[in-house]
Write a protein that binds this ligand. Sequence first.
Ligand SMILES: Cc1cc2nc3c(=O)[nH]c(=O)nc-3n(C[C@H](O)[C@H](O)[C@H](O)COP(=O)(O)O)c2cc1C
Length: 371
Amino acid sequence: MAEDKEIFEATGISTWGKLQDGPESKLFEPAKVGAWSLQTRTAMAPMTRCFANDKTGVVGEDVARYYRKRAADGVGLIISEGIVVSPRGKGNPGVPGLYTREQIEGWKKVTEGVHAEGGTIIAQIWHVGRLSHHELAGDLPPQAPSAIRAEGNVARLRKPYDTPEEMTLTDIQELVGQFAQAARNAIEAGFDGVEIHGAHGYLIDQFNSDASNRRTDRYGGDLAQRLTLTKEVLKAVIDAIGSDRTLIRFSALKVDDPNYMWPDPDSAIRTFTEAFREAGATMIHPSTMQFTRVLADGKTMHQLVRKYWDGVIVGVGTLDSQTAEQALAEGTIDLAAFGRPLLSNPDFIHRLKNGEPLEEYDAKQHLGVLV
Ligand SMILES: Cc1cc2nc3c(=O)[nH]c(=O)nc-3n(C[C@H](O)[C@H](O)[C@H](O)COP(=O)(O)O)c2cc1C
């Protein structure tokens, strides 16, 4: 974790049983969610792979093949790896972008392949904020709500994070515009929508957290006020492409602070969901590494979210098939997302349906290759 925190540690996912694939199985039923007609109620969780051309941020045929295989396998909603909205949004070498003509053309090959297999794919749009270094961020200091340096090293570059530059009101306006433009570019590239990366301690989440946001203007203050940027980005993206094509991810997880948890999870979740509703969102993706972890009142993160949210909820976090089926049946979640098992098994859905053993995810073995 210390060396490369976004690359979450491998967990031994070895206890997968054969699923009920009879009429009572919800996981494999087709579903209409937002604007999307999905093959199944499964989703591929967004996973940074760093296979784009490092200079241009353009993805190639290898990336197209990788996503196409998952669509052919029957994944319902493919959420792409994080794709940066501007050069300064980049925090790892080899991360793709969605702000140049060439990048849009590169993504067209990916979306065409997925659609040829009957799949659905959305782009996760991302800005890492202070979790970067000027060598990655176009020779400029990284941007953040306040000039507070994060502890730790930039993944893969292995240099300490730079002290970021505090964003001005003009910078913030520009950033909101970059997210909206990236969403329009995603649609032009053939994506079926976007997921806004508002989680894991990256830029949007840096505004949400009092550890990284000490602003005294309208973007700072209590949690509801710190969520102002989240709301503005959401509104701008929804205005650009519609709420039925827009998903937002959020979390208490932070790559630069693995021990972080909201002081009062129930109240934090109520405040987040109020902000999402106010901005017009209808689909949300609460992110945790452990779906079954109880946060408050005997409830897990997704159960707490369901208390306050009638719309679409995507579940994630070391999910196994039985837990996913149960959460779908209870109505806690509408889609079940899988990350690491889908990274190491291009035919994960097939294996799950048929109770076949899975190739266990191993960061050392699987991160360097696209299977
Ligand atoms: C290699 C790797 C890269 C990841 N990259 C991203 C990312 O770009 N954006 C994001 O929101 N989450 C990212 N995550 C987190 C996953 O989306 C997911 O939430 C996490 O792996 C838990 O799901 P799992 O237990 O099914 O793997 C990444 C995880 C891994 C293992």
